[in-house]
Design a binder for this molecule. Structure first.
Ligand code: SF4
Ligand code: SF4
Length: 328
């Protein structure tokens, strides 16, 4: 995999500073049952890097004393971490809203028969990738058979009440473009998804989040190999919208890697760019927990601290903007 840092380092992206923090985003590891083309973490079935129980326990400690409102779980397939259930149960006991970034196909894997019921029983919000409502497009991006298995996964969630109007279980779908283009209007695409998925497959969901592909990891490397990196960066920069800068997600979250280190966002995590919090080069959650008045530090003390930016940040501000919750 190509080192993308030299290509992204020199940037004119405007400086950004933290606001009040409300979300803890945790990458539980790079193990995944899929190997998608656009994957920004290069996840796959052979990856060995997953968060261990000691760091899970530190996260639980952090949640107990930090007063955070949302725990956002990513991977890989976060559910493949053996301590996924322990972490979710601890968060729900503390009344923390939990988001599971689910790839849908994991719901049909052998050994994961418990998953759908577990998510529903604990009112976990599901954010699920479905990059198109057309089978061929999804299979081209995510692998043969992925579309039909994803549809089966959504049916399973719908049958438990997820995405149904009269139910509190939230199922949001996530779209990302297939090539070097920006996502179309989130509002219009959501309406097309709702119409097509209902008519073709009797599928229900709450919202559609459109996400811009990041020029890093597997997607970034492919752009370089195909000689399209500069063209894609020009597209992102030409569509820069100053108004999106204040809404970028790194202003209100901290991102934790599978080893327990702190970053500004999942993308910086993949680039190995540690968050410059409290002047530390590399801050571990154990150091955060050890701080006196942690809640004060996380919610107010971080406000105003700088965020590490490089050229990939233009993916968050191009066009309608992009974050883990879709357009800004
Ligand atoms: S994009 Fe998601 S489902 Fe695909 S390989 Fe990466 S983590 Fe797995
Ligand atoms: S890439 Fe990360 S650090 Fe840069 S603007 Fe987006 S969320 Fe913030």
């Amino acid at each position: 995999m190509r080192d993308m840092l030299p290509l992204l380092k020199k940037t004119n992206f405007p400086a950004i500073k933290r606001a009040r923090m409300n979300t803890l985003q945790v990458n539980l590891g790079y193990l995944c049952n899929q190997t998608c083309f656009h994957c920004h973490v290069n996840a796959g079935p052979k990856r060995k890097e997953i968060m261990d129980e000691a760091n899970i326990n530190l996260l639980i400690q952090l949640m107990e004393i930090s007063g955070i409102k949302t725990l956002d779980l990513t991977g890989g397939a976060p559910e493949m971490n053996p301590y996924f259930r322990k972490l979710v149960l601890a968060a729900r006991k503390l009344k923390i809203n939990v988001i599971d970034r689910c790839n849908l196909t994991i719901l049909s894997e052998d050994g994961y028969e418990w998953l759908a019921d577990f998510l529903a029983d604990n009112q976990v919000e599901v954010a699920a990738s479905l990059p198109c409502y057309l089978e061929d497009n999804v299979d081209a991006q995510r692998g043969d058979g992925v579309f039909q298995t994803s549809i089966a996964g959504i049916h399973k969630l719908n049958s438990l009440g997820y995405g149904m109007e009269d139910n509190k279980l939230t199922l949001n779908l996530v779209y990302n473009p297939q090539g070097i283009s920006l996502p179309p209007s989130q509002v219009e695409l959501e309406s097309a998804y709702k119409k097509e998925l209902l008519a073709r497959y009797d599928i229900h969901f709450n919202e559609l989040f459109t996400i811009t592909n990041q020029p890093i990891a597997r997607f970034g490397s492919t752009l370089v190999t195909k000689g399209l990196f500069d063209e894609y960066m020009t597209l992102l920069k030409d569509n820069f919208q100053q108004a999106n800068v204040k809404g970028v997600m790194c202003r209100t979250l901290i991102s934790i890697d599978w080893q327990g280190y702190v970053y500004d966002c999942d993308f910086n995590q993949m680039l190995g760019l540690h968050a410059p919090i409290e002047g530390e080069d590399k801050l571990h959650i154990a150091q955060l927990i050890a701080q006196e008045e942690l809640e004060q530090t996380l919610h107010q003390g971080l406000a105003g601290q700088p965020i590490t930016i490089m050229d990939h940040c233009y993916a968050c501000t191009a066009g309608q903007g992009s974050s883990c919750g879709g357009a800004l």
